[in-house]
Unconditional design. Structure first.
Length: 437
């Protein structure tokens, strides 16, 4: 099934064939040059995680702010402490840096998601592309990417809050896998079908060729040649090595246990396998963080799951020599209100908070073991070194070797650049030079 915000296999194969055959639509991705990073894994904390209950604990603020999380734990970096529910990530703190002064001031899911993923403000009359689509433009088929796997993949479903590719159109939309990553068979949309063996797939293809007679009569026709090419690509995805990237049964069972047998843990493992294959941009849409009610009941279950998958991903990437070339970006559309809503019907909930929140970056030329910026004593507002979404995204583009002053393809030919500047009326906190090498 094709959704508004994702590619079908047919779309993907048409774009793959065009890219591999050198017939990409529009101009080549000439604004990309070799960067520190070649891939991004974005862990999108869908719904907005609490900064106080993850990477910016405030035990001194009192029970109405920190709740039961009163004892933040030391990490393997002197002076950095994080939530007591994240012991595995505490051992990996030398690999990541924490941005405790993210801000945009918007408390609506749709708008805040758009701002945080595109690095643009709404209300301009244009729908801008998100970071994944921009990386796909400058690191995907237009830039000579020849992988059969799409250059922009979402595990497992698009948000649906906005069009990821914006005005750039279908070519830069993500391929959303669908399915359940932790299932015995991860049924990837259009690629892996549960209950259909390889032998049966090959038999179907042979039957198709036996029934198809027009193509044999039109041998040498360019249109039929293109159809044959798309068919070959489709079956390479279904039966060849490319599609097997989603099959984690081949991984060491001990490693799978370290990631965790949850959908999130499996998604982290699959994301590592995808960047290992050279996929430029992978998003893990990790739902369930919109904790208006019974916040602590929910995060007591989810934080250990996140801790396990995220920490193992960092360690696994580092062990394989991939962290140097892979940016891992963790965060959601905003944080959550520092003051806990104890009264009914919230019963210990937290609402949306866009004034101040936390993101985390690791790898791809970003130094680990640092804290950028600071929130105030209760986590309500930025106290030092504000970082706006466009500052962070622009820094990611630079690490990917993407010229932030390059033009984006606009359907009306408007002069639109990769990243906004002060001339566009944007407040700027500046690139993350503190941790960029």
């Amino acid at each position: 099934m094709k959704t508004q915000n994702s590619l079908t296999r047919r779309d993907m194969l048409q774009l793959s064939a065009a890219g591999i055959g050198g017939m990409a639509f529009g101009a080549r991705g000439e604004a990309a040059k070799p960067g520190k990073a070649r891939s991004v894994i974005q862990i999108w904390m869908w719904g907005g995680p609490s900064h106080l209950d993850t990477f910016d604990p405030k035990p001194g603020a009192g029970a109405d702010y920190c709740g039961p999380y009163t004892t933040p734990i030391a990490t393997n970096v002197d002076g950095i402490r994080i939530c007591q529910k994240l012991p595995l990530l505490a051992k990996q703190a030398d690999k990541f840096s924490i941005i405790r002064s993210m801000t945009h001031g918007n408390n609506a899911h749709e708008t805040a998601s758009y701002i945080t993923q595109t690095g643009r403000l709404p209300g301009t009359g244009d729908s801008f592309p998100c970071a994944g689509a921009v990386v796909s433009r400058f690191r995907g088929y237009d830039a000579g990417y020849e992988g059969l796997l799409p250059p922009y993949i979402v595990l497992t479903k698009p948000q649906g809050r906005f069009s990821e590719s914006g005005f750039m159109g279908l070519r830069y939309k993500p391929f959303a896998t669908g399915g359940k990553p932790s299932a015995p068979v991860f049924a990837v949309e259009g690629i892996v079908q549960q209950g259909i063996t390889e032998a049966r797939q090959r038999g179907r293809r042979e039957l198709l060729h036996n029934l198809e007679t027009l193509g044999r009569k039109m041998e040498g026709n360019p249109a039929f040649g293109k159809m044959d090419q798309c068919e070959d690509l489709a079956y390479e995805l279904i039966l060849g090595d490319a599609g097997k990237v989603f099959d984690i049964k081949t991984e060491d069972p001990k490693l799978r246990e370290r990631y965790g047998r949850s959908d999130f843990g499996a998604s982290c493992l699959i994301a590592r396998r995808l960047v290992e294959r050279g996929v430029p941009y992978v998003t893990i849409n990790y739902n369930g963080w919109d904790t208006h009610k019974k916040h602590f009941e929910i995060v007591n279950r989810k934080l250990p799951e996140m801790d396990r998958g995220f920490a193992t991903l960092l360690e696994d990437l580092a062990d394989r020599g991939l962290l140097e070339s892979t940016i891992v970006w963790w965060g959601g559309e905003f944080g959550r209100t520092p003051k806990i809503m104890w009264d009914a019907p919230w019963n210990g909930g937290r609402s949306h908070h866009g004034k101040c929140f936390t993101h985390v970056v690791a790898g791809g030329g970003f130094a680990g073991g640092h804290v950028i910026g600071a929130s105030d004593e209760k986590g309500m507002e930025v106290a030092d070194r504000p970082v706006y979404p466009w500052d962070l995204i622009g820094s990611i583009y630079e690490q990917m070797g993407i010229d932030t002053t390059a033009r984006l393809p606009h359907p009306q030919g408007l002069d639109v650049r990769v990243s906004p500047t002060e001339a566009d009326g944007m407040a700027m906190g500046g690139r993350l030079r503190e941790i960029m090498s």
